[in-house]
Design a protein around this ligand. Structure first.
Ligand SMILES: [Zn+2]
Ligand SMILES: [Zn+2]
Length: 188
């Protein structure tokens, strides 16, 4: 029995004792550093890598993807500003028109100007990916893209007014998105 224990001890020693004659004292791998012996600096394996490329890393709590994050915020801010300017010009123009046909024509031009900007929002949505910190923001942009009213193909008074109402409520959402983008830009 004693002999068996000795053999076992020898086996364990051969596992723990290394070429440089000491028992490694391992420090666990982190997101950015591999497992390392604090005595001889020998490394084993690789760094674990962060749990996400965009957002807070679940392991080290560090925020990742600052560049992508800033790009998203800047894209949304710029797009929101452009849309805001289009609405502003539209409102100014609408004070000068008197017929429903002219209102309709004006809204059609506005719609054509805004459509490509909704595509810019879509690009920002795609860039958000699964980032938890951007989830509400992403949902808010998606809601604007999804609920943006389709331009009506008839210019009777009621239809145009319904459309105008839809646009007003979307415009409010777009305005608060701009505020939200500003808030998020302070996250860093
Ligand atoms: Zn060592
Ligand atoms: Zn990490």
């Amino acid at each position: 029995m004693k002999k068996k224990v000795q053999i076992l001890n020898l086996l364990l020693l051969s596992i723990f004792i290394t070429g440089c004659g000491h028992t490694h004292t391992w420090e666990d791998a982190t997101c950015t550093t591999p497992k390392i012996c604090i005595e001889c600096s020998e490394i084993e394996g690789e760094a674990l890598g962060h749990t996400t490329e965009l957002g807070k890393c679940e392991r080290c709590q560090e925020f990742q993807g600052k560049d992508i994050f800033e790009e998203i915020i800047s894209k949304v801010s710029k797009t929101t500003e452009k849309i805001g300017n289009i609405y502003k010009r539209q409102n100014e123009a609408l004070t000068k028109v008197t017929t429903i046909e002219a209102v309709y024509k004006n809204m059609q031009t506005t719609d054509e100007n805004i459509r490509p900007l909704l595509d810019d929002y879509q690009v920002a949505i795609d860039m958000c990916g699964d980032c938890a910190e951007l989830k509400d923001f992403k949902d808010a942009i998606q809601d604007i893209v999804d609920s943006y009213p389709n331009f009506p193909n008839t210019n009777d008074y009621d239809t145009v007014m319904d459309y105008a109402e839809g646009i007003s409520s979307t415009a409010l959402k777009i305005e608060s998105l701009g505020v939200e983008a500003e808030e998020l830009s302070k996250l860093y």
